[in-house]
Ligand binder design. Structure first.
Ligand SMILES: [Zn+2]
Length: 423
């Protein structure tokens, strides 16, 4: 095992907290189910809030259910250095996704406090509400709220049990009425740094513990609904059917072929959720809705693929006598990390004796939204076999320590910038 360079952060405290938080909403030995705005989420927020206070921060929950910790600087008007990620999880998730970014950031601030580090602008640590998006079918809620980017119908989105986000927020202890009159002050945040597990196999394949992120390839999320006509599976001749599931199957196969046409490209396309009505073995499916997740770092290529997919949907619907609707749930463009932050990370890593490779992020993160209001940088930590959104998700303590140490060094250097942040 490679020896770890001498670290400033308190690795033991960090790992104890990671494992302690993992007990809230724990499923099985290593899994976590901490759905956004759930009882478990609230419990996690309370625990993390206590650690923020221990680290010398004032901590509060904002109207969007973000947990915010503030370490005051000497100049209240100076731009904020923000660090953070999320602590909500997928229903069948792991203990590292998001959590290491929040707990790593708290460790950074706690270390700075212990060292009596003085700085001009405030340093804030945020655990953003509902990054995952699985409960209300739309993610990055808290970070979009904080930065003034919520959409009109957002609070009316319901979960599987019919509970709306508005109701869930109230149950959580937040007042959506607090949204009114809230506006994000442009320029308030100078830079955002996020530490996160890679959730992919690249670092492991390179045998590297950490990586510097170059950008995030934003996803396009669609919900496609096909409608045909139900009939008896025993009596309606094949030539007379309007089978919505058969049409869906052809579209799903076509998507899979489209995204693989250019073998060198990082394009990915997935249908991960499908609902069949009436869902009976002897009835021809009348209605099918399924989701599409399409990602590429090259927006032109992604747009071209989207256009091709839409014509496939049109053609298949014609062929099978179906009608269709397509709803766009999310449409994010690729966003690139700030060059000066990447350079800071490279230099600080060199001081630590490591040379992290640079890689793109396929998954989106809270950073994606932050990129619209400030410069941002991300550090990836290797995870076992690239497994994530799965209880088997694992990142080693040494790798997390290394990533957090780099976060610490970069944060310290950026917070010390006298003349503010480079533009
Ligand atoms: Zn995450």
């Amino acid at each position: 095992m490679p020896t770890l360079p001498h670290t400033q952060i308190n690795a033991e405290r960090l790992h104890t907290r990671i494992q302690e938080l993992a007990q809230i909403g724990r499923i099985g030995e290593t899994g976590v189910c901490r759905l956004a705005l759930s009882k478990e989420d609230r419990e996690g927020v309370e625990l993390v809030k206590s650690w923020m206070e221990e680290a010398g921060m004032e901590a509060f929950i904002d109207p969007f259910a973000n947990l915010v910790g503030v370490k005051r600087g000497s100049q209240p008007e100076a731009p904020v250095l923000m660090l953070g990620s999320h602590i909500d999880s997928q229903p069948y998730g792991g203990r590292y996704d998001g959590a290491i970014g929040v707990l790593g950031a708290i460790e950074v601030v706690q270390r700075l406090s212990e060292q009596g580090f003085s700085h001009a602008g405030d340093i804030e640590v945020v655990a953003f509400c509902d990054e995952e998006g699985c409960r209300f079918n739309k993610g990055l809620f808290g970070v979009r709220g904080m930065t003034g980017k919520l959409e009109a119908d957002e609070l009316d989105r319901a979960d599987k049990n019919g509970l709306t986000r508005r109701e869930a927020l109230i149950q959580f202890g937040c007042d959506p009425a607090g949204f009114e009159g809230y506006s994000f002050r442009e320029g308030r945040i100078g830079a955002f740094l996020e530490l996160h597990i890679e959730q992919g196999p690249v670092l492991e394949s390179l045998d590297e513990p950490i990586g510097i992120v170059t950008g995030i390839s934003g996803p396009l999320w669609l919900t496609v609904e096909l409608t045909g006509f139900a009939g008896h599976a025993g009596s309606v001749p094949m030539s007379m059917r309007h089978d919505a599931l058969l049409g869906s199957a052809k579209i799903i196969v076509a998507l899979n072929e489209l995204v693989q046409r250019n073998p060198g490209a990082p394009t990915v396309g997935t249908v991960g959720s499908l609902a069949v009505f009436p869902d009976s073995r002897n009835i021809i499916p009348e209605k099918v809705s399924f989701t599409v997740d399409l990602r590429d770092i090259d927006l032109m290529r992604r747009n071209a693929l989207e256009a091709e997919l839409l014509s496939v949907i049109e053609n298949v619907s014609m062929e099978h006598g179906l009608t269709y609707t397509i709803r766009e749930d999310t449409n994010s463009e690729p966003r690139y990390c700030a060059e000066w932050i990447k350079e800071t990370l490279r230099e600080e890593a060199k001081e630590m004796g490591v040379t992290p490779p640079e890689l793109m992020s396929g998954p989106f993160h809270d950073s994606l939204t932050m990129s619209y209001v400030c410069d941002y940088g991300m550090i990836f930590v290797r995870c076992l076999e690239g497994i994530s959104h799965n209880p088997k998700e694992y990142a080693s303590p040494n790798d997390i320590t290394l990533g957090t140490e780099l976060l610490y060094r970069a944060a310290r250097r950026i917070a010390a910038l006298e003349g503010g942040f480079p533009l």
